[in-house]
Design a protein around this ligand. Structure first.
Ligand code: GAL
Length: 416
């Protein structure tokens, strides 16, 4: 068992400055830098500020958080960890295993986190039976975002099969639009790949390949087909896709330049931030072939071990704020995600938010809820990065689909 410093409620005196103002503060490392993300982050910042907690911002741009994790490693190595860090899935487990994270058990017990956080999230928020992170949301990643006016103009109905999806994109492309808004970045390629694996092979195959890392599944015909579908998607992106940030791809759908984007529901944050309404100006539907299943990721705040008592108090105050039901509603309405608590009334959420909440609950009950590989919830970062490399190389035409499936087997084996 690793050493985890237990944070105690109410024992550390609040640090009070000479003027009598509370000098509590959190330094938060995160990658929420798009318009919608920044708006959501502001909800948190203001919530904390209302409680007298100051905020030092440590943004590291880059969806999916790979760059943020690189900066985090450097900060910890230099002996200067931030107080709180946005973190995903297996990365939380890795840091907890290193003994770097504070123990939140006392706060969790006082507020009954065990009872309200679904097990699928607790698997990442707890390590060795101890709470080490406070989950702020659940995102589902197998969504398509669509421009309603463009669908109507082109006579496109919501596609329910892969073939219909491809036909809809062909119609848009033939009419001179970008069919699929996409940014060529490894994590974005991986995000759409998750849905191709699920769409081709279904839940059992996703489990075998992405979670259990079964070499037979990784090198199977189904994996070849998942790569074939990636190649099909590649044919529907525009010429300038390479390196584009995900929110700029969302903007193409928002502006009516592009028909669809396959992306997690943080994309909804962009649509909402642009003043659009779900079910009206834009549509959300599950990637055809993945209906009934959900691939998810949950943003959590992990608190790093720090010596300063005032910082420890601030960490607890932040964790407590993050877990409050009112905050979970206010934040997730803006972020596009579902609350991380199961006891939240969904009525204030828009059509896509309510669908997300219902889908998550149903998938959880039917055993069809799976961690997203692209977002660090299916396997550890070393494996995830190995998969990223193969997926992106294939998307950029370096491998054909059969070679890519073989490369998946080799890359995963080497990374283990
Ligand atoms: C995900 C994260 C989301 C969203 C997205 C794009 O990994 O969980 O909250 O921010 O990256 O930046």
């Amino acid at each position: 068992m690793t050493m985890m410093k237990k944070l105690h409620l109410g024992v550390a005196a609040l640090a009070v400055s000479a003027t009598g103002a509370i000098a509590q503060e959190v330094e938060v490392l995160h990658w929420w830098t798009s318009g919608g993300e920044a708006a959501a982050l502001n909800v948190l910042r203001e919530d904390l500020s209302g409680g007298g907690i100051g905020w030092t911002d440590m943004p590291v741009a880059g969806g999916g958080g790979s760059d943020a994790m690189t900066v985090l490693r450097a900060r910890v190595t230099a002996g200067d960890p931030p107080t709180a860090v946005q973190m995903l899935g297996f990365a939380i487990q890795d840091w907890a295993a290193e003994g770097a994270l504070a123990n939140l058990d006392e706060l969790a017990a006082e507020q009954g986190w065990d009872e309200v956080v679904p097990e699928a999230l607790q698997a990442f928020s707890t390590y060795d039976g101890h709470w080490v992170a406070a989950p702020v949301n659940v995102h589902s990643t197998n969504w398509v975002w669509a421009n309603t006016a463009l669908m109507e103009e082109l006579g496109i109905e919501q596609p329910t099969t892969w073939d219909e999806f491809v036909a809809a994109m062909q119609t848009a492309q033939d009419a001179g639009y970008t069919a699929l808004a996409h940014g060529g970045q490894a994590w974005q390629d991986a995000t759409i790949f998750d849905s191709m694996v699920m769409g081709v092979g279904g839940p059992e195959f996703y489990q075998a390949a992405m979670v259990d890392l079964d070499p037979e599944a990784l090198g199977s015909e189904q994996m070849v087909e998942a790569f074939d579908r990636m190649a099909t998607l590649r044919g529907f992106v525009d010429d300038n896709f390479s390196g584009r940030d995900w929110n700029l791809a969302s903007a193409m759908v928002i502006n009516g330049e592009a028909l669809f984007q396959i992306m997690g529901d943080w994309a909804k944050g962009e649509f909402v931030n642009a003043g659009l309404t779900a079910g009206e100006e834009f549509q959300c539907f599950r990637v055809p072939g993945t209906e009934g299943t959900v691939t998810f990721n949950s943003d959590q705040f992990a608190m790093f071990n720090v010596d300063d008592e005032s910082d420890q108090e601030s960490q607890l105050a932040m964790a407590s704020a993050v877990m409050s039901p009112e905050f979970q509603i206010a934040f997730n309405l803006v972020k596009g995600s579902a609350p991380a608590r199961t006891d939240i009334d969904p009525s204030s959420f828009d059509a896509c938010g309510q669908a997300a909440i219902a889908d998550l609950a149903a998938a959880g009950e039917s055993g069809n809820l799976f961690g997203s590989m692209a977002h660090g919830h299916a396997n550890p970062p070393s494996i995830q990065n190995a998969m990223y490399d193969v997926i992106t190389a294939h998307f950029n035409g370096e491998f054909d689909s059969a070679t890519a499936a073989e490369e998946m087997v080799t890359a995963v084996e080497l990374a283990q």
